[in-house]
Design a protein around this ligand. Sequence first.
Ligand code: CP3
Length: 351
Amino acid sequence: MRNGDVAVNNRFLRACRREPVDRVPVWFMRQAGRYDPEYRQIRETHTLLEICREPELCARVTRMPVDKLGVDAAILFSDIMVPVGAMGMSFSLQENVGPVMDRPLRTDEDVARLHAFHPEEALPYVLETIRHLADTLPVPLIGFAGGPFTLASYMIEGGPSRDYLRTKTMMLARPDLWHALMAKLSEAMSIYLRAQIEAGASAVQIFDSWVGSLSVQAFRAHVKPYVQRMLADLAPLGAPLIYFGVHTGELLREFAEAGATVVGVDWRTPLDRARQRVGSSVALQGNLDPVCLFAPPEALQREVEAVLRLGAESPGYIFNLGHGVKPTTDLAQLQRVVEWVHAFEPHSPAV
Ligand code: CP3
C-alpha cells in the first residue's frame, strides 16, 4: 500500500484482518485532543466544529498524533455529533460537559422531522478532509460515526446522562417510536460511513460509547438488529468494521455476532476473557485503563505489558486504551506506550 512515494504502514489493517504482523499496532481513541499543547493552541482561535469544517486544518490536527506519537493509524478528527446537525437537530459542544441539544427529541413529530442527509452535500468538508488525508498519510485512516444507541441517548436526554432514563423509557413505553428512531439513525450512519470509506478511510469505528448501559436482553431486542444491519450494509466494502462501547463486557459476544470484524474492549474486561467471548473470527482492540497514563513510567510499563500479554496471545490484536485519552495526560507517556508496544514480540511474526 502506497500514497504516492510514501509507503503506508499497514500493520493496523493486517491486525484487523487477523493476519500476521511484525509489531503489535497501536493507536489511541481521542489521540488528537487537549493533552497536546499544539491542539490547545489551535482551540484558542477555533471551536472544535470550526476545525472540523476546515479540511486543511482538520487534516493537520488528524495527522498530529501520527507524527508526534508514532501511532499506526490516524482517526479522522471530527465528532459523533457532526452528522446529527446534518439530520436537522442543532446542538452545542460544551467544554467539560459534552454535546447539549438545543431542543431534545421527545415526540413522534420530533422523530418524523429527523431527516436523512447526503454526505457529499451536507458534510462535504468531512469527505474533503478524508480525501486529502488518504493521499498523504503514512498510516491508514480510520473514519467513524456514533452508534445508534449513543446518538439516540444524546438526542433524547438532551445531553450527557447518568442513567439514560428518558432513553430507556422511550425504548420500553414507545417501542414503535424507538424503532423508527433507530432505523433512521442506523441508516443515516451507514450511508455516512460508506461515504467515508469511498472517500478513502481504510477502516471505520462505530462509537456506541454508552450502549453498555443496556442489559444483554435489551441490547438484543432494541439495538442489535440495527447495528447488524449497519455492519451488513458496510461489509461488502471490505474495510474493517470496529464496534466499541464502554461497560460492554457482557455484550462482546453480541458485537461479534452482529458482524463487527474488530471488537473494542474497555479496561474492565481482561482481553483473554474478551477473546473467549468473541471467538477466533474477529480481532480485538483495547484495553489499557486511560488512568494508567498518570502512573510513574515503570508502573505504566508493567500495565502496558500486562495488556499486551493477554491481547497478543492470539492473532488479530490492536493495542488501544479502554476509552479516550484524558485531556490532562502527559504526551511523553503516550510516546512511551507506543515505544513499549512496538518493542513487544507479537504472537506470530510476519512471514
Ligand atoms: O479520537 C480522536 O482523536 C478523534 C476525534 C473525536 C472527537 N470526538 C473530538 C472531540 C472522536 C472520535 C469523538 C467521538 C465522540 N464524541 C464520542 C465517542 C468516543 C467516546 O469518547 O466515547 C462521544 C461520546 C462524543 C461526544 C463528545 N464530544 C464528548 C463526550 C465530548 C467531551 C466534552 C469535554 O469537553 O470533555 C466532546 C467534545 C470533543 N470531541 C472533544 C474532542 C477532542 C473535546 C475537546 C475540545 O472541545 O476541543
